[in-house]
Design a binder for this molecule. Sequence first.
Ligand SMILES: N[C@@H](CCC(=O)N[C@@H](CS)C(=O)NCC(=O)O)C(=O)O
Length: 198
Amino acid sequence: MKLYDLELSGNCYKIRLFCALNNIQIDIAPVDYLANEHKSAAFLNINPLGQIPVLDDEGVLIRDSHAILIYLAQTFRLNHWLPHSALTQARIMEWLSFSANDIARGPNDARLHDLFGLPLDIDTARNNAKKCLDIMDAHLATHTWLAHKSATIADIACFPYVALVQEGGVSLQGYDNIHRWIRDIKALDGFIPMPGLA
Ligand SMILES: N[C@@H](CCC(=O)N[C@@H](CS)C(=O)NCC(=O)O)C(=O)O
């Protein structure tokens, strides 16, 4: 399996982290983001959205970090990361959707503005980020993990941009339950960091 990857991308890191936690071997194919390789004709053949990550499993191409997490969990029968019960799968989907929408328009946008200079509305992004943190902290006050009694792909999906939120100028101070959850993820066997994460 090959991952089209950018080291500084939280979306790509979700896949690298999940593979490390589960001893899944993947070849990393770095994409030259600064040179706009992801918008080249060759890459648009791989993903017409011009986005990374993309997984290539023997010619089967899968785009989107959340779709890739589902694919890997199912392919390697990692049922504890994606349990089969209807309610748990619905709970996981709630958080994958939260990651793709709310976290993307909050912590992720704030970081894209501050770290990469994207012309985004930083006040809106930081307000969105704080709403995300409030919602997650309240949830984690009564839940060890986001969607289930043990860690699932929901936790992996939400982890990077929340743990990196300070790179978008938003403090995690006072979000004690999120701090505890971040510590719990970092303590998982096989955890690997990415730049910006201690
Ligand atoms: N929903 C996608 C978002 C992927 C995404 O936005 N990737 C960024 C890098 S982290 C990218 O390629 N951006 C370029 C663009 O959107 O043009 C996912 O979860 O993988």
